[in-house]
Design a protein around this ligand. Sequence first.
Ligand code: SAM
Length: 239
Amino acid sequence: MRIRKKPWAEPELAACDFYIKNPAETRGNWSKVFEKQQPLHLELGCGKGSFVAQAALAYPHVNFIAVDIKSDMLGVGRRNIVKFFQEAGKTVDDVKNIALVAWNVEQIEKIISPEDKIERIYINFCNPWPRGKHKKRRLTFPLKLMKYREFLEEGGEIRFKTDDDELFEESLEYFEECGFRIDYITRDLHNSDFSKIYGENFMTEHERMFSQEGIKIKYCTAVKDVLPEKKDGEKEVSE
Ligand SMILES: C[S@@+](CC[C@H](N)C(=O)[O-])C[C@H]1O[C@@H](n2cnc3c(N)ncnc32)[C@H](O)[C@@H]1O
């Protein structure tokens, strides 16, 4: 997603109590960042923050770490989170279960360790990177899934949404290759029983945009399971 330079973003983030200035120093100690010790969920590529804002309001008993590579995006995210909280009759001081983090997911292992025991990861509308050589940049690419496995609790899950057919179908293969079992799947989220089963569907900015264009949203829940055995000579995962 392209975003214009926002000169106000970095100063506002620097003054924000729920923005983590040195995330690498927090590795292994994320639960201490939050007021209450409770399950940790991680959103990768959080964009403008509406998803994490809605989730944090709906689930005050969960702590959310929301990561994006762009500070300008996180600046918009910070404002949106405050707006969502205010619309719910709360103030900025009530934002106790969100940590905003500017970081490149390519190096996620430098800020999150197995001790952090992440219960759930959300990947919403990550860039599809359709061209061969670029596919490894996908947030669902096997090398990344193997990194996520390291800090995802046993039985933890990845909830993945996208508009992109090819990314979705290839990600299903990546999940299988990396020992994730598909627990729920739909290729038309808004006409599925997802909300009935899960009790909600928090719309992201991209989800709203693509569904207004008539594009069906693809979704799956991938649960961490045992790694498939490799045959002799086979690589650990696709590179
Ligand atoms: C297409 S947008 C989707 C935003 C949001 N999740 C949504 O559904 O509206 C992808 C987001 O991922 C972020 N992103 C892309 N590559 C990233 C990376 N390697 N590490 C962290 N964030 C990344 C981008 O800055 C952008 O905000």
